[in-house]
Design a protein around this ligand. Structure first.
Ligand code: ADP
Ligand code: MG
Length: 252
């Protein structure tokens, strides 16, 4: 299989805190890789470096044949990398459909909200975008809510809305930061099926998630971080039996 994303010994230091230390793993084309570990392990920091929110302090991130480490934030647009955030980023007073349309204009940087505010409603809409956005809402299963304001949606549906928006750029690599947080069992099971469907369309997923049922169910491979370092990597079966992982995380 082709390596789509190749993370080579990346590190991140914030002031005196070593958030990530010499982490190395890869994501193949069309693969689902889960990144797991206790709170503060450095998972979101890894996603932030891959999506260009900030550069690594050391090491290199390669995507296809491009070194992401050398790119400026705005150069991420058009690469086919898309993400959702650990905290919801939704425009409450826009409709659900308009919220998806914002995704056509955004890169992967943290400035999604700034992007929507700058564009305003009039410019968000372009030819064909409405239809494509509607299709994305159908894929995630909330098309019947398209004309409601996003603020009126329950939490679980907002999570789906964010995924629809992230899919607007037809990503090759989708980065998801705790998508199942706050969801009930049924919603989580539905979300797992959605990820499999997205994968079958050829999109690779790097998934940060605490829900182990979801992780074991959807991930092809799992990478485990603890205190900024990779402590294990393997298939779901291998990870569940790994004594180091059980001690650091699964045994809690
Ligand atoms: P996780 O997502 O695995 O819970 P994070 O990547 O959010 O962990 O955090 C890893 C460590 O880096 C933590 O100690 C956290 O406090 C620190 N950290 C994360 N982001 C920042 C930041 N922007 N500035 C300073 N410290 C940060
Ligand atoms: Mg996090």
């Amino acid at each position: 299989m082709d390596k789509l994303l190749d993370i080579r010994q990346i590190s991140k230091v914030f002031g005196g805190v070593q958030a990530v230390r010499d982490v190395k793993f890869h994501v193949n084309t069309g693969e689902i890789v889960a990144l797991i570990g206790p709170n503060g392990a450095g998972k979101s920091t890894v996603l932030n470096m891959v999506s260009g929110v900030f550069p690594p302090s050391g090491g290199e991130i390669r995507y296809r044949d491009i070194s992401l480490t050398a790119l400026k934030g705005y150069q991420y647009a058009g690469l086919g990398i898309s993400r959702t955030f650990q905290n919801l980023q939704v425009f409450d007073d826009m409709t659900v459909l308009e919220n998806v349309m914002v995704g056509f204009h955004s890169g992967t940087k943290s400035g999604l909200l700034a992007c929507g505010t700058r564009l305003g409603r009039a410019r968000i809409e372009e030819k064909g975008m409405r239809d494509q956005s509607h299709q994305l809402l159908e894929i995630v299963g909330i098309a019947e809510m398209a004309e409601q304001t996003a603020g009126s949606l329950p939490y679980g549906k907002l999570r789906l809305l964010e995924i629809a928006r992230a899919m607007a750029v037809a990503p090759k690599l989708l980065l998801l930061d705790e998508p199942a947080a706050g969801l009930n069992h049924t919603e989580t099971a539905d979300l797992s099926r959605l990820f499999k469907q997205i994968q079958s369309g050829g999109t690779a997923i790097l998934l940060v998630e605490h829900d182990m049922d979801m992780v074991m169910n959807v991930a092809d491979r799992i990478v485990v971080l603890d205190q900024g370092e990779k402590i294990a990597e393997g298939t779901p079966d291998e990870i569940q039996q790994n004594p180091k992982v059980i001690a650091a995380y699964l045994g809690q």
